[in-house]
Write a protein that binds this ligand. Structure first.
Ligand SMILES: [Zn+2]
Length: 140
């Protein structure tokens, strides 16, 4: 189907023109995709030519070429994920502690380093991705 389906509730029946109050009372015409009350569906579809369908509008973002996963792009994202994972691991790793003792909070330095690595990973991954993507779009 290349048409946009109408929101049922609040739309007008394409056959009778009546306002559809409850979505359960209505359905979409198989031919034109417009909202139609269920009791009028067969009647409408007999005469329906498919005209009057709400065609999908082309959005700018639909016209952008898909991302090409070049090795550079994969490299950036992989490096970002790797660094971020290192940071996450650093924060997760808790110091050995004997049973029965209260959990010690992570040393601030370690926590900071963990966050720093995660942030760095995000910057490398996202920044690298955006940079590569910009280049790809510029080539168009
Ligand atoms: Zn129709």
């Amino acid at each position: 189907m290349d048409f946009e389906l109408e929101e049922l509730a609040g739309a007008s029946c394409i056959h009778s023109g009546k306002k559809i109050l409850v979505a359960a009372d209505a359905t979409h015409c198989d031919k034109c995709g417009r909202a139609v009350l269920k009791k009028h569906k067969s009647e409408h579809e007999e005469k329906c030519t498919g005209a009057g369908a709400i065609k999908r509008v082309a959005h700018d973002y639909d016209e952008e070429p898909p991302v090409t996963w070049t090795s550079t792009l994969i490299g950036f994202v992989a490096a970002g994920v790797f660094v971020a994972a290192l940071g996450g691991g650093l924060m997760m790793a808790s110091p050995e502690q004997p049973p029965g003792e209260l959990a010690k909070p992570l040393p601030t330095k370690k926590l900071g380093a963990g966050f720093g690595l995660m942030a760095l990973g995000a910057i490398v991954g996202v920044g690298g991705y955006n940079n590569e993507r910009k280049k790809q779009l510029a080539k168009k």
